[in-house]
Ligand binder design. Structure first.
Ligand code: KIV
Ligand code: ZN
Length: 513
């Protein structure tokens, strides 16, 4: 009998800490619904005390999600824990995840606390958390560089205080598979009542070892893996959910565990997260990269045609790769549009937003006869914005681009209700358009990234543009999609400017407890 491996997804919390990956509440709800559909066990929905926006999003997810546990992160202090407790209250199943650092360097230099004080604070934290829920996770931040004797001591104390999951994060991605697995094995052997709790791992990918470390830990007894879609996360990211899940499934001859993940939802989840955060997936990324199942060399193609398993260890359709599916066309009505979106887990807050999205769908269907799920996701990403997120709106754009001449762009923007005109020349049509927009807005933001991807195949595909802007220590990603990539670029740039303009991006909670 295989044991259950708990899949704890932290895309909405650790993943969201990637530069510019901040998501709106509506976007977070869409991701959470997809995670629920994929049958993730625990969704870490955010860090309630980080900002009112985080709190609201966690609360909304706690209301919306029924089949996964909804969790909020909290530092080991009373205010954080009470905020987390309030945020998860509406959840059918809610968890508080509290943490404090345990490595000598973090305790001394960051917390400026003695080990005794850290243990005392951790025990108090569990007590506060247990006032809200019986499902309490404790993380020893930077456990990967902590002393094992101290970990044994603090874990013993927090288990006595009522923690039900014990997490051993490799916060800085410093560990090596054998060594990390040995740490987990020793902890499980030495901590009293280790069999009464779930042992969890949370690995960062600074040395490219997050998945290997997590899997090694599973072999040593860990029964929860914390991970993110596409491996999104701080710096080099977290362990990638799709790689962990598919390794356990593909090598079921080795792993003594199984997950309850519906693997056919992996690729849709990957695309959704990439589209919303503006973080593209590298083509050679395992499982979800565009080339993950593409065989280029003649020898491989020949082998696969003769017998698929000569070169393929997984089936593309098992992880959700399907032919682009034609879902709607120009004759589809509002109801068909609405019900397809519902099937994709997308609900609109008001009929007004639905109508606006439907109008854009009709416009798109006129230019592009076949509309795929990917097009709908992009369209909705563009459309689901509240008025305060759309201070700058594109009214009109025109670009002249001809051989031997400098491209020239004219734009009209609606700026907080007032129409304004701008124009500029540039190195290319996109450059000219951005300069024309800047001639009106004058944001002074620095362009960190500009990328274009075709959403589906064919030259009539929508181009999806990501623009990353930085201003005064804030970094935001903007997205825009259109069959005309200059218009997609303008939308994406304005989307980023709107994020800079709105209060969406939070001031991150600081490191003190
Ligand atoms: O990396 C880390 O240590 C974390 C903890 C808060 C679990 O993200
Ligand atoms: Zn982390």
């Amino acid at each position: 009998m295989k044991q259950h491996l708990v899949i704890f997804d932290t895309t909405l919390r650790d993943g969201e800490q990637s530069p510019g990956a901040s998501m709106t509440k509506e976007e977070k709800i869409r991701v959470a619904r997809q995670l629920e559909k994929m049958r993730v066990d625990v969704i870490e929905a955010g860090f309630a005390a980080a900002s009112p926006g985080d709190f609201d999003a966690i609360q909304a997810i706690a209301h919306a999600i029924k089949d996964s546990t909804v969790c909020s992160l909290a530092r080991a202090n009373e205010n954080d824990i009470r905020r987390a407790g309030e945020a998860i209250k509406p959840a059918k199943s809610g968890r508080i995840h509290t943490f404090i650092a345990t490595s000598p360097i973090h305790m001394e230099k960051k917390l400026r606390m003695t080990p005794d004080q850290v243990v005392e604070q951790a025990v108090k934290a569990i007590g506060w958390a247990r006032e809200y829920t019986d499902d309490v996770e404790f993380s020893a931040e930077d456990a990967g560089r902590s002393e094992i004797d101290f970990l044994v001591r603090i874990f013993d104390e927090v288990i006595k205080a009522g923690a039900t999951t014990i997490n051993v994060p490799d916060t800085v991605g410093y560990n090596i598979p054998d060594q990390y697995a040995e740490t987990i094995r020793q902890l499980i052997q030495r901590v009293p009542n280790a069999d009464k709790v779930v042992w969890s791992v949370h690995c960062h990918n600074d040395l490219g070892l997050a998945v290997a470390n997590s899997l090694g830990a599973v072999m040593a007894g860990a029964r929860q893996v914390e991970c993110t879609i596409n491996g999104l996360g701080e710096r080099a990211g977290n362990a990638s959910l799709e790689e962990v899940v598919m390794a356990v499934r593909t090598r079921s001859d080795i792993f003594p565990v199984e997950t309850r993940i519906d693997t056919t939802q992996i690729v849709p989840a990957s695309k959704l997260v990439s589209q919303i955060t503006g973080y593209p997936v590298q083509p050679n990324k395992a499982v979800v990269g565009a080339n993950a199942f593409a065989h280029e060399s003649g020898i491989h193609q020949d082998g696969v045609l003769k017998h698929r398993e000569t070169y393929e260890i997984m089936r593309a359709q098992d992880v959700g790769w399907t032919q682009n599916k034609l879902v709607l066309g120009k004759h589809s009505g509002r109801n068909a549009f609405k019900s397809r979106l519902l099937e994709l887990g997308i609900e609109f807050e008001s009929d007004e937003v639905l109508n606006a999205a439907f109008a854009r769908f009709k416009e798109l269907a006129d230019r592009k006869h076949e509309i795929f799920d990917e097009d709908l996701h992009a369209l909705v990403s563009d459309e689901v914005v509240t008025p305060d997120q759309e201070f700058y709106k594109l009214v009109y754009s025109n670009v002249c681009s001809e051989t031997g001449e400098m491209p020239f762009a004219r734009v009209i923007l609606n700026v907080g209700g007032v129409e304004k005109k701008g124009e500029a020349g540039g190195g290319g049509p996109v450059d000219a358009t951005f300069k024309a927009i800047e001639s009106i807005v004058g944001s002074g933001a620095e362009l960190l990234l500009y990328s274009v991807n075709a959403i589906t195949t064919g030259t009539d595909a929508q181009g999806e543009v990501t623009t990353r802007l930085a201003k005064a220590e804030r970094i935001v990603n903007g997205n825009g999609a259109d069959t005309d990539i200059v218009i997609a670029s303008a939308r994406s740039y304005l989307n980023a400017l709107n994020k800079l303009h709105s209060s969406l991006d939070k001031v991150r909670a600081q490191g003190d407890i």
